[in-house]
Ligand binder design. Structure first.
Ligand code: ATP
Ligand code: MG
Length: 266
């Protein structure tokens, strides 16, 4: 790990690089928003952060200011073995990014006959050495090969749940997959935490759902709940993190608190 000097007081000395995947096979629950803004929060604390877009929708990539002409070099080419991870790194003021593109949607089929196909991302990241304090991966909304690659390349998972009815529905499938990965592919993998997003305190139902999630997962649930906040929905269309778009918003406050909890959780 590199010790950065431009550190705010917030930064603790951290010895090992932490690799965290943000996941839920359900769509639209806040995975990409959480990956970007947690990464930005950690970066504000002085940590060196890499974001990896593992979703063929490439929402993370397009939510940040990345010129599409550069996207002819993306994570698809790394998974195919055509480029090294180092070759596709893009710099943002807060973090580095391994971008995705729609090409990635073909990779599930194309990689299916590769030997050790679940390990491709993990092996590719070795090229990066230990240049980063945090590597955050944004998973697609399914439990296919790209998600399996993210789980195999990670040490920690953060499950993102929307504070809505049916938040826990279908989660047993995800938990089963995590168990299989721990058994066969990555014994070090642990569920670091559960984060509830899109929370509206005026809605009784949201409060009830977060209560159920806490009953079910106990201590694993982060104290920070990400509130429903319009600035979080607007920031991507301006290609900004929440801190760049509106540093005073609830969204900025919540994601800074979450970043601190994640940092402390180690
Ligand atoms: N806390 C929030 N408050 C308001 N809007 C939010 C919040 N979190 C996310 N959004 C918006 O909700 C939508 C879905 O969020 P996001 O793209 O992060 O979910 P996702 O789980 O990554 O989706 P997908 O499964 O399609 O990848 C986006 O339009 C995003 O801007
Ligand atoms: Mg997403």
């Amino acid at each position: 790990m590199k010790v950065s000097i431009s550190v705010q007081q917030e930064k603790f000395y951290q010895i090992e690089m932490r690799k965290i995947a943000f996941t839920n096979q359900k769509g639209g629950v806040g995975k990409t928003t959480t990956t970007i803004n947690t990464g930005a929060g950690l970066s504000k604390m002085g940590y060196k952060v890499l974001l990896i877009d593992m979703d063929p929708q490439a929402n993370l990539t397009y939510s940040l200011k990345i010129h599409s002409s550069k996207l002819n070099k993306n994570i698809y080419h790394v998974l195919k073995g055509e480029l090294k991870a180092r070759d596709i790194i893009m710099s943002h003021s807060d973090f580095d990014i391994l971008p995705a593109s729609i090409e990635l949607s073909g990779s599930e089929m194309e990689l299916v006959n590769e030997p050790a196909r679940e390990n491709i991302l993990k092996d590719a990241l070795e090229d990066l050495g230990d240049d980063y304090d945090f590597v955050l991966m944004d998973c697609p909304p399914n439990l296919g090969l790209l998600t399996l690659n993210a789980f195999t390349a990670s040490d920690e998972l953060i499950i993102v749940l929307q504070s809505e009815y049916l938040a826990l529905h279908g989660l047993s499938k995800l938990m089963d997959l995590i168990k299989v990965v721990q058994k066969r592919l990555n014994p070090n993998l642990k569920v670091e935490g559960i984060v509830c997003t899109l929370y509206d305190k005026r809605k009784n139902l949201n409060r009830e759902v977060v209560g159920h999630i806490r009953d079910y997962f106990g201590e694993k649930v982060f104290d920070t709940v990400i509130r429903d906040n319009v600035a979080l929905a607007e920031a991507p269309s301006h290609h900004k993190t929440i801190f760049e778009y509106d540093g005073e918003s609830y969204g900025a406050k919540d994601y800074m608190m979450l970043a601190k909890e994640i940092r402390n959780g180690y």
